[in-house]
Design a protein. Sequence first.
Length: 403
Amino acid sequence: MSELIKKVKFPPIVQIASQALSLAPKDKKLISFGQGVAFFGPPKYILEKTLDEWKNPDHFVHRYNLDQGLSSLRETIAEFERKRYQLPELNPNKEIMITAGANQACYNAIKALCSPGDEVIIFSPFYFNHEMAIAMEGLKLNLVPVNIESLTIDIEELEKSITSRTKLLIYVNPNNPTGVLETKETLLKIFGLLEKHPYLWFLSDETYAEFIYNTDITGPFYSAGAIENNCKDRIIIVRSFSKAWGMAGWRLGYLIYPMSLNESLLKIQDTIVVSSPVPSQLLGEACLKWSDGINWLEEKIQKINEVRMYLMNNLIDNSFFKLDKNSSTGQSAFYIFPKLFLPSNKNSDQFVENLVRQEGVLILPGSAFGVQWKKNVRISFGNVSMEQAMEGIERINNFSAFY
């Protein structure tokens, strides 16, 4: 077996979810605030329409297609990015690639940019699949802690961490696992660091771009690709259809990148998957073209926000959780990442295990996102109904009272 792969950490969500099923009480149905997934699937109207078209065995959906993805989808994305996120005009043939989800998009970018011995910076707490991809390529991981109170990027810490071997900086914005949205001002400071270090690239994973709930606290979302700067030739954007369009099982995402990367990315794409699934691409294209698509999406986001607000308000009232109404965590994406008020001899791993064992409620320990976060937990609300949220809070309160 590969010594390199042996060193890659096992995906924590798989391990934790499996343990939860065996630990949960038999008389209580497991309530999961674990995996970050949307509660909805693709728009029913679009799904039925596209599925009906594929019944013909001669339809091109059943064949290989271009490595970089359907031309019509890439053209649709270029227009969607310009209108929705204010990106400049993109070349669909040389600046957009369709991938089998955002994870593959990130992996393609890492593989295209980095060589053995290169460093990659990610922020702690981190999205664990990014850490795994870096390890899988045998690259040096450079972890930069965020501000421990606000959970926002600490530019001074970031600047101190950049070395002559640092090739790539990755950040998820809005953030997984913290639910924090970074400001335009912070992004501009990052671009300033890119100007100082002409060998450094920036990958902005914007999977959760649509899920912003309280702009009075966070301000609006700004795509890294839309902000005027002098480093556009070293900025990569990653997006996904999994969250906004309920297509997690369809495995569809895409990369936006400078033309200089196109040839390298095509080599990687052809080797790994040839192309992302053609049915997924056609469904994704239909979603983006649907005239009522944004209204449909905003209705789904409103339902998620109602659950989010209920959880935030009730967790604020629970003395175990360090939260207040102006906390930066929980204001975007699907996540709340509160600190727990625990005795010095206890950590969130123990809290999470006992919560599952006694009450049948799954949340994730902060240690899954970096060893320094053993007093935090991640609570995911994207796939939870209001009824489940209410029952979950009742069980958490019952547990906390006796912990």
